[in-house]
Design a protein around this ligand. Sequence first.
Ligand code: DQA
Length: 150
Amino acid sequence: MSSILILNGPNLNLLGTRQPEVYGSETLQMIEKACRDHAQAKGLEVDCLQSNHEGELIDAIHNARGKHQGIILNAGAYTHTSIALMDAVFSVELPMIEIHLSNIHAREAFRHTSYIARAALGQICGFGSQGYLLALDALAVHLAAQRGDQ
Ligand code: DQA
């Protein structure tokens, strides 16, 4: 069974109370539960991890190698600043889907740049928590194609 790492970056532990008009009213725990249920229905396993620290996110990406077959990454504000996170994803050679709750392209100019995107299979943004489920669907299709499933 394929295993997916769902990795959330800084300030996403505050979902539910953090600017709900931008990020919605669901908590991270609710989103992770929805991901687990959705993944199970798709025959995938998920591990969820959140950190406010860039180095911990990098370590989690390194540790995914050999353990997970894909990564769903919401790097929060590190999306727009972290070459180190981008390099970490390139280094482990695992398919990664970048996700954001909000539509970063419709917001402030500094959010339009994503270093993460260069290392991503694709980017999903603007669909709120549903984006995580869309990313799971996309990874399931990608991994099945990689395995050569009919
Ligand atoms: C975010 C968008 C980022 O610009 C912001 O810094 C976040 C959340 C999102 O999910 O919409 O922390 O990644």
